[in-house]
Ligand binder design. Structure first.
Ligand SMILES: N[C@@H](CCC(=O)N[C@@H](CS)C(=O)NCC(=O)O)C(=O)O
Length: 221
């Protein structure tokens, strides 16, 4: 049975998983979940049953629903080891996982949709303040990531081969641009992103290629 991914076109966490699936050439179908319309389809009865955290992505494989993009990517890595998205040695894997966690734990959760909504509702933030908040946390993580890439990177975040670190970087960089982060500060991250802009697995995973991307946003393709 073909894998199914519950995904939102502009969700960076869904996008990471789409990249991993594409890199591994796994056949999958998208089930779009609109995170904004009518208060958010992530709160529907069906979605809550599949992921009580009310977040995307959710991967459905063999009647099992898996959420959390890191758990999903590790699952894919174990079920479909070729091509590998983690390096061979334990020490090198730790570095890639460190890069992944800077994005997964230190940046994305603090600039997520629901955090911005809470800041507005409970703490009277306006849109400009939420954007400044998001920018701060992205820069905080990117400062560290740029230094790690300086030490360990090459054509990709770790060496020259694509790893999970790259699958996590590219969508986060899109968010950085949405929130007007000054990417001139992150020369190495920007160069990797530009290079991966030509990689078919990354191109196919882009928001504007998704079935639920609104028509007027496709033109940026
Ligand atoms: N740690 C989770 C985070 C998932 C997550 O935050 N998903 C966002 C989209 S990128 C979401 O569903 N947001 C909906 C909301 O905030 O209500 C993962 O890596 O999968």
């Amino acid at each position: 049975m073909v894998m199914r991914l519950r995904s939102y076109w502009r969700s960076s966490c869904s996008w990471r998983v789409r990249i991993a699936l594409n890199l591994k050439a796994i056949d999958y179908e998208i089930d779009p979940v609109h995170l904004v319309k009518d208060g958010g389809e992530q709160f529907s009865e069906l979605h809550t049953k599949l992921n009580p955290e009310n977040l995307v992505p959710v991967l459905n494989d063999n009647e099992q629903a898996i959420s959390q993009s890191v758990a999903i990517c590790e699952y894919l890595e174990e079920c479909h080891p070729t091509p590998p998205l983690l390096p061979k040695s334990t020490a090198d894997r730790a570095v890639v996982r460190q890069m992944v966690e800077i994005i997964n734990s230190s940046i994305q959760p603090i600039q997520n949709l629901r955090v911005g909504a809470r800041l507005k509702k409970k703490y009277d933030f306006d849109e400009r303040q939420v954007r400044a908040w998001n920018r701060h946390w992205i820069e905080n993580g990117f400062d560290a990531l740029e230094r790690l890439v300086e030490r360990h990177g090459g054509a990709a975040c770790f060496g020259d081969e694509v790893t999970l670190a790259d699958a996590f970087l590219v969508p986060q960089l899109y968010n950085a641009e949405r929130f007007d982060v000054d990417m001139d500060r992150y020369r190495l991250l920007s160069a990797i992103d530009a290079r991966l802009g030509f990689h078919p697995a990354f191109i196919e995973a882009r928001p504007e290629r998704q079935p639920d991307c609104p028509e007027h946003m496709r033109s940026v393709d």
